[in-house]
Write a protein that binds this ligand. Structure first.
Ligand SMILES: [Zn+2]
Length: 273
């Protein structure tokens, strides 16, 4: 026996679940999957089901259909698998069921050709028109779906391009930051090695004062004088302090915060109002 595909197994499982315990269920001669589903249901969750598979060895009726149709007419059947309906899912995602409508038109046209009754002829013409209108609707819907699919596809392409550009930018920036990180690390190493040499040249008491300030404040201990205020605590400085600072002959500290003050020519000595 040919091995079943996964899809076929899923289908048989789904069909089997339609049969409840105690149901009377049947299928035709050329329906291997519904037949398998009926026997599966009986073997598993519906042991009390009566299953009839036309053409099988356990078919209980004397001729193929007579007894069975009597049973169906008596309303004893709960489940009967007729035939499959082909539903095509197109590449663009639309579901195509035109075939069913077109078949119906052919069937009605044939009946129309065979009938001699005007009333029946008109009724069939109406059915044909309805089918045609439904086909037009389906075709419109299909076109809409195709347009929508194209739009979504274009959007996806644009989004992918934007993502690629953004990724390039980010990689570019990361590259630049890495270079900057390397340069800064190098500069820091140079400054650290220079610091000891420079510290040796500073007067002992001044260095000790600087070290104390650094320990206390953590950073920003040598500040400029701008607009007559201390660049650290921003308090107004006494005029004498500013003048001494400008003389550049001794180390001057802010009387408020103790930071060492310095002055350069581009700083404004005038006190801000
Ligand atoms: Zn200060």
């Amino acid at each position: 026996m040919e091995k079943l595909t996964f899809g076929e197994e899923v289908m048989i499982g789904a069909l089997a679940r339609e049969v409840k315990d105690g149901d009377w269920a049947a299928c035709g001669t050329l329906s291997p999957m519904p037949a398998a589903a009926l026997w599966l249901a009986k073997e598993t969750h519906a042991p009390g089901a009566q299953v009839f598979v036309a053409g099988s060895s356990d078919w209980p009726f004397e001729n193929l259909w007579q007894g069975f149709f009597d049973l169906a007419q008596a309303g004893r059947l709960n489940v009967f698998y007729l035939s499959g309906a082909q539903i095509d899912i197109e590449e663009d995602g639309t579901v195509n069921i035109f075939a069913a409508k077109k078949e119906a038109i052919e069937r009605y046209s044939l009946q129309q050709f065979q009938t001699r009754k005007n009333e029946e002829y008109r009724a069939l013409a109406h059915e044909i028109d309805t089918c045609k209108q439904e086909i037009v609707k389906l075709e419109d819907r299909q076109l809409d779906c195709m347009e929508e699919a194209e739009k979504v596809q274009r959007e996806a392409v644009q989004a992918a391009q934007a993502a690629a550009t953004l990724k390039r930018d980010v990689e570019d920036q990361l590259g630049k930051l890495e270079v900057r990180d390397r340069n800064l690390s190098q500069q820091l190493a140079e400054l650290e090695s220079d610091r000891d040499k420079l510290a040796d040249a500073v007067e002992m008491s001044a260095l000790a004062r600087y070290e104390r300030l650094m320990k206390h404040r953590g950073e920003n201990v040598i500040v400029g004088v701008d607009h007559g205020v201390c660049g650290g605590c921003h308090m107004k400085l006494p005029t004498q302090i500013v003048v001494t600072c400008r003389g550049e002959s001794e180390l001057v500290a802010c009387p408020n915060c103790g930071r060492v003050l310095y002055y350069t020519r581009d700083m404004d000595l005038a006190v801000a109002e």
